[in-house]
Design a protein around this ligand. Structure first.
Ligand code: 5GP
Length: 106
């Protein structure tokens, strides 16, 4: 782990604790520490990509993998519907510069 690892990489590497809902070889899913809905999950790739602006074609499978996880996660949380949000760049309200999808549902 280098000094510039994101807070999410530190969670992935178990350097700091989080409530982990799901994990596989490509991503981790945690509960947001400051939930904006009854269910507020963060789907985070293990690859540390700062923002959507930094995606490359090699990330196609990874992003697709995370999209396919969303309905499964929603169902596991007993949600009949949900919203997703990906804040991108400082101007887009992004605070943690490690790509993540917010999944929100009530
Ligand atoms: P964004 O970068 O899209 O604005 O949002 C970052 C999100 O990460 C926020 O909703 C914030 O509450 C969440 N967050 C920041 N630090 C931590 C942390 O250490 N643990 C968890 N579980 N969530 C965090």
């Amino acid at each position: 782990m280098n000094a510039e690892s994101s807070i999410f990489t530190k969670i992935i590497e178990r350097q700091i604790p989080a409530s982990i809902v799901y994990e596989d070889e490509k991503c981790i899913v945690i509960k947001d520490i400051n939930p904006k809905a009854r269910v507020h999950l963060l789907i985070i790739p293990k690859k540390e990509i700062p923002t959507l602006f930094d995606l490359t074609p090699e990330d196609r499978d990874l992003m697709g993998h995370m999209m396919l996880l969303l309905p499964q996660l929603a169902q596991s949380q007993n949600l009949e519907g949900f919203k997703i949000q990906i804040n991108t760049g400082e101007a887009g309200g992004q605070e943690v510069f490690h790509v993540h999808i917010h999944l929100l549902g009530n």
